[in-house]
Design a protein around this ligand. Structure first.
Ligand code: IVH
Length: 686
């Protein structure tokens, strides 16, 4: 959409844009509400994205229309240095716990005595295991979000909470006045597992449970990290309120908050008898583990606000509410053996084989042990009696050994020196906690690796599903990634249930994949730590697989965004003979292993593959522009001058790189010479 403000019409255009912006925001807020608060989307993702990009466009054209409550402004705040302390106008209380029906009955009888009646409404809610926050809305707009802290003072985590999509930035109806609402921010079990899985793949330490992860994610200095953690909220009560009239029962308050667009649990229940309260607890004792978020009890609250005020607070705990805690889901069993599972990237994942035991209604036979360090830290040995726990995690975990039951016959676990499947020597990369089998052709890795290689984001080889991957491996059609390109129609037709048509389709998509962009091939190779973004970055600097292969660890680390673990991972991948063999097979069978076809088609580029280093300040263009220009011509930008450097480009106030270049005999280009060179190579530098 073009927005031109011609004299006289400018104001009208502005008014129109303002209207459009307002309408788009209203629509987007509503659809965000349907998706994240009601879990009931009203439009599809692409329509939503389309509207969002329209709004972004309009705001870019009219920066003065941007306001903090715009749905475009959820992420984008710069990382903070720390968090401000903020006071809760009304202290955030905690709850007294009860652990069985007798204790619950005692609480109920006390309330009956104090209220001098035995019939009153009670609200039951699930107690989510996340962290409590307080949100402040001023005239309907979210102005602050804080952690509970010590109940009186918390930390200002507004920028992080703004990234939580189920927290509305503006309340429906834009109620005037000040409204403090409280709720629990949490992470779903799925998101937790996915995050830990990704961290394990990258050799990073694992988070203990969804609650700690949610807490850590909210106390992140960088809101863009919080945004990736997919946190959610359930609002469960009010804090201080001024200028707004609120209903007089907790249940109606929750309903009212729901109407304002806040996310309220669908499982809350208004009970008119104490039997219903017990039924609610009984039901959730058996069901809570099935929820996709961690819960550790039921919160029982007297419904009438008058009664709540009358009952008051003792210390930090209100008399009018209590938490019925679910029993800890722990049990003790014996470790029979520690096995090793080999993952796609070759990670050797130890797991415990245990005497079967029932914990929280499920039989547990195995538990992941993560890595050697974890096993050593907990001092877990084969033959040990151990405590196993099912908490918020879906996968059971081993808490630790019961050392009093040791007999002396327990055996300390040692990671094998060679891969249990292919016998390759196991490697452990600097700073990683994971041991890996470096052989990409290891059969255990191969099936997973093939799945990844043919996937949409990598080589997108249509028609090769899990069933065929299994068949290829069983029939020895494939012993490494390179063999995909040697499959013939005859061989395919020998497979059970393979027909002519399907064989042709598979062969056609294998053929088509030979011309995929190099970054997708590099991603598809399944090199540990190399996700699709890192692959793009690498290819921007090394537009040919041979250049990437020749890069030293130091050169790789010179690329902004590439750290020691990634550079070491790439480097050791190319040092492994079997991987080089795979690359040779790919090349010999016609897979394109450079970017020339896409980026430099039709352009003679003598600078292709040449390494450039910049020093000092360029007058005619910024560093970013210089780098883009060089890489568009196929050049590679590096930070360090080495013998392989083709040109050192020198701006004003050059650093020590100039001395080094002179020492090594590297060609030095002044800025005007550099401009002449890029002009000669056909790049427009205006
Ligand atoms: S009410 C006085 N309701 O449990 C009322 N708390 O130990 C105080 N929690 O800090 C809180 N779900 O983090 C309430 N539905 C719920 C809750 C809940 C989880 C947490 C909250 C609080 C802790 C109390």
């Amino acid at each position: 959409m073009a927005h031109k403000f011609v004299d006289g019409i400018g104001d009208m255009g502005k008014t129109e844009d303002r209207k459009l912006v307002e309408n788009l925001r209203k629509e987007l807020n509503y659809h965000n509400y349907c998706y994240h608060v009601l879990d009931d989307p009203a439009i599809n993702d692409s329509d939503f994205d389309h509207m969002m990009s329209q709004l972004i466009n309009l705001e870019n054209c009219n920066p003065d229309l941007i306001s903090p409550d715009s749905p475009t402004q959820r992420v984008g705040a710069p990382p903070a240095d720390g968090f401000q302390r903020v006071e809760h106008p009304k202290p955030m209380l905690s709850l007294a716990n009860v652990f069985n029906y007798e204790e619950l009955d005692a609480w109920h009888q006390r309330i009956c005595r104090l209220l001098k009646r035995d019939s009153f409404n009670i609200v039951c809610e699930l107690k989510i295991d996340g962290l409590a926050v307080e949100l402040t809305y001023e005239d309907g707009v979210l102005v602050r979000g804080a952690t509970r802290g010590d109940g009186f003072y918390g930390e200002d985590v507004t920028t992080n909470l703004r990234t939580v999509k189920s927290i509305p930035l503006v309340l429906f109806g834009i109620p005037s006045g000040k409204l403090y609402v409280r709720g629990e921010v949490y992470m779903t079990k799925d998101s937790f597992q996915k995050l830990n899985y990704e961290r394990e793949e990258k050799g990073l330490s694992l988070f203990a449970n969804p609650r700690n992860t949610a807490a850590g994610s909210l106390r992140q200095l960088d809101p863009s990290v919080t945004a990736l953690r997919n946190l959610k909220i359930h609002v469960y009560s009010l804090g201080h309120v001024s200028g707004i009239t609120m209903p007089e029962t907790h249940w109606s308050i929750l309903e009212h908050l729901g109407k304002l667009g806040l996310r309220i649990s669908e499982y809350n229940r208004l009970c008119t008898t104490f039997t219903e309260v017990k039924d609610f607890i009984r039901y959730w004792l058996g069901q809570h583990n099935k929820l996709n978020y961690p819960t550790d009890g039921v919160v029982i609250k007297i419904d009438s606000i008058n009664y709540q005020e009358y009952l008051g607070v003792v210390g930090r705990e209100p008399r009018w509410a209590v938490a019925y805690k679910f029993p800890a889901q722990q049990a003790v069993t014996k470790i029979l053996d520690i096995g090793i599972n080999v993952g796609r990237t070759g990670s050797l994942n130890p797991f415990a084989v245990m005497e079967p035991i029932i914990v929280g209604g499920a039989t547990i036979r195995m538990a992941t042990l993560h890595n050697e360090e974890d096993i050593q830290r907990k001092d877990i040995r084969v033959g040990d009696w151990v405590t196993v726990e099912r908490a918020g995690e879906v996968i059971p975990k081993i808490v630790g050994p019961v050392t009093s039951r040791r007999t002396g016959r327990e055996q300390v676990f040692k990671m094998p020196k060679s891969c249990p499947v292919c016998d390759s020597l196991v490697v452990k990369i600097h700073n990683e906690s994971v041991h890996r089998c470096p052989n990409a052709a290891c059969p255990a890795q191969l099936a997973e690796l093939l799945r990844h290689f043919v996937s949409k984001k990598a080589m997108d080889i249509d028609g090769v599903g899990d069933q065929w991957i299994k068949a290829f491996l069983e029939q020895d059609l494939i012993t490494d990634l390179g063999d995909i390109y040697s499959i013939t129609k005859d061989k395919l037709l020998e497979l059970e249930r393979m027909g002519e048509k399907l064989a042709d389709r598979i062969l056609a998509s294998i053929e088509a994949s030979k011309n995929r962009p190099l970054s997708r091939i590099v991603f598809g190779l399944g090199i540990p730590h190399i996700g699709s973004e890192i692959a793009d970055l690498l290819i921007d600097h090394y537009p040919d697989i041979d250049l990437l292969r020749a890069a030293s660890k130091e050169e790789l680390e010179d690329i902004p965004g590439i750290g020691p673990s990634i550079s070491e991972s790439i480097w050791s991948y190319f040092q492994t003979e079997s991987n080089v063999k795979v690359l040779n097979k790919l090349k010999n069978r016609g897979v394109r292993l450079n970017v020339r076809p896409e980026r430099f088609l039709g352009k003679p580029t003598p600078l292709f593959g040449q390494t450039f280093v910049l020093t000092g300040t360029l007058v005619s263009m910024g560093r970013d522009q210089a780098q883009t220009t060089i890489s568009d011509l196929g050049g590679i930008i590096s930070n360090t001058v080495t013998k392989k450097t083709m040109y050192l480009i020198v701006g004003v106030n050059p650093g020590s790189k100039l001395d080094k270049a002179k020492r090594l005999g590297v060609q030095v280009l002044q800025e005007d010479q550099f401009l002449a060179l890029i002009k000669a190579n056909g790049e427009n530098v205006d």
